[in-house]
Design a protein. Sequence first.
Length: 96
Amino acid sequence: MKIAKVFPIRDCTLQIEAEDGRTGFFDVKPYLESEAFAPLKDQREFIRICNRGYYIEWECGADLSADTIEARSTWTPDTTENAQQRAPADAKRRRG
């Protein structure tokens, strides 16, 4: 998965838009007890996020891979279905 957009929202949650059109939410709270993620308890730090496509990172040095985000996000059902339907057509275009 490649991350198209990421938006920090309240309660240490990220809204994710995948390149394939899926949208979902990722809860960062379980990570906040680790030393690398602790600065993100401050909302001002949490909103300083950069999307690098295959991972996201914060100014404090914490980062999350797209694989982790994909596996642990709560995806909106209708966008997941649409992405699955588009996948074969997208693959054909890339090969073609």
